[in-house]
Design a protein around this ligand. Structure first.
Ligand code: PMP
Ligand code: GLN
Length: 382
């Protein structure tokens, strides 16, 4: 978390997970599933370890995984990146974001994100010495205010950093929004960096990669990760794709961040990416069911609930309970009722923090009985 004085503290995820553990609270804060992903992916990692895939992988990732990433993009989006030159494997999406921003921005450049924004964006933009400009996503649907977005662009905008489906709000951007972003990026000659780690976690709406919008591909780098799609957040296998010259620049930076990424996990994720379509529709419908259980529980507990179209997260308004400081509430909630959550203002600069001061984010990527128990505990708040 980049605090107001510019210093880097402990991330909100670490803070809330530590608090959940010390109080024994149900952790609906940090977004990670409480069940492992598919057995065949786990078995593939175990087999790779047994077969001796335990030394450094090539810096850009093992060929099978780069080919599987390209094949997955063709299957779902009809995009055809060249696995030799237009795809690299990274240590989670986190490294992809850092390496791409460090590759593209110079001190004094501007990076535009929507607000609230995922915490690592602000930290890396700050570390790179760039200026972080934001455009708000407003309740109830958290879709961009297109006029505000337009006025946030300037001649110095070097990168537009999109996150779709969006963490923390759960918004999924429709085609018109993406078209507008592409039009503005072209007008101001900005690169588009698109974090799509929740690409398969949408509920009744289709995810559209911005790289597929006409005019976008030549200036877009798309980031994703195995953590969310396959429920192996601890393996830290991510990737990115885009035009060869942009990918080459990012790879140069990646060499000096991690050099390469976990070898046996790479071959296992290649197996995951080739799973049949039913796996992908299955994870989305399972998660949609979990969303509905938690949304119902939160409504019954008296929160104002914003039902998301994607991701792991539901945002609620605490105002109906007479509470207007979600940061304070999040710190007290584990002790009060035994549930941990993440306050939305921490994903904002000062003005956005004021606007979102009564918003709280709950993760629903948990077993249904855990969600039901959490809802029962939250119902005792009023
Ligand atoms: N971007 C977003 C929007 C996220 O929510 C997360 C957390 N999964 C990441 C990036 C980081 O992904 P990874 O764990 O693969 O580094
Ligand atoms: N992406 C996860 C979330 O938003 C957390 C990842 C992390 O702990 N850095 O909850």
């Amino acid at each position: 978390l980049l605090s107001a004085d510019g210093s880097l503290g402990v991330t909100i995820f670490e803070e809330m997970t530590t608090l959940a553990m010390s109080t024994g609270a149900i952790n609906l804060g940090q977004g990670f599933p409480d069940e492992d992903g598919p057995a065949e992916i786990k078995a593939a990692a175990q087999a790779a370890i047994t077969a001796g895939a335990n030394q450094y992988a090539p810096g850009k990732g093992i060929p099978e995984l780069r080919e599987a990433i390209a094949a997955h993009q063709e299957r779902f989006y009809r995009l055809t990146p060249d696995p030799q030159t237009e795809v690299i494997v990274t240590t989670g999406a986190t490294e992809a974001i850092a390496a791409a921003l460090l590759a593209f921005i110079e001190p004094g450049d501007e990076v535009l994100t929507f607000e609230p924004f995922y915490d690592s964006y602000g930290a890396i933009i700050g570390l790179a010495g760039a200026k972080h400009v934001t455009a708000p996503l407003l309740a109830p649907d958290f879709l961009p205010d297109v006029d505000a977005m337009e006025s946030a662009f300037s001649e110095r905008t070097k990168v537009v950093l999109l996150n779709n489906p969006h963490n923390p709000t759960g918004a999924v951007f429709p085609r018109e929004v993406l078209e507008r972003v592409v039009e503005l990026a072209r007008k101001y000659d900005a690169l588009i960096l698109s974090d799509e780690v929740y690409e398969h976690l949408t509920f009744g709406v289709l995810h559209l990669p911005v790289a597929g919008i006409p005019g976008a591909a030549e200036r877009t780098v798309t980031i994703s990760s195995a953590g969310k799609t396959f429920s192996f957040t601890g393996w830290k296998i991510g990737w990115l794709s885009g035009p060869a010259h942009l990918v080459a620049a990012i790879r140069t930076v990646k060499q000096f961040l991690s050099y390469s990424s976990g070898t046996p996990f790479q071959s296992a994720i290649a197996v995951g990416l080739a799973l049949p379509d039913e796996f992908y529709t299955g994870i989305a419908s399972t998660l949609q069911h979990k969303r509905d259980i938690l949304a119902e529980g939160l409504r019954a507990a008296g929160f104002g609930v914003y039902t998301p179209q994607g991701t792991y997260f539901i945002n609620v308004d605490t105002e109906p309970l007479g509470i207007d400081d979600s940061v304070d509430l999040a710190r007290r909630l584990p002790g009060l009722v035994g549930v941990a959550a993440i306050p939305v203002p921490v994903f904002c600069h000062a003005e956005g923090a004021e606007r979102t001061r009564s918003l709280l984010r709950f993760a629903f990527c948990k077993k249904t009985e855990v969600l039901e128990e959490a809802a029962a505990r939250l119902a005792t708040l009023r």
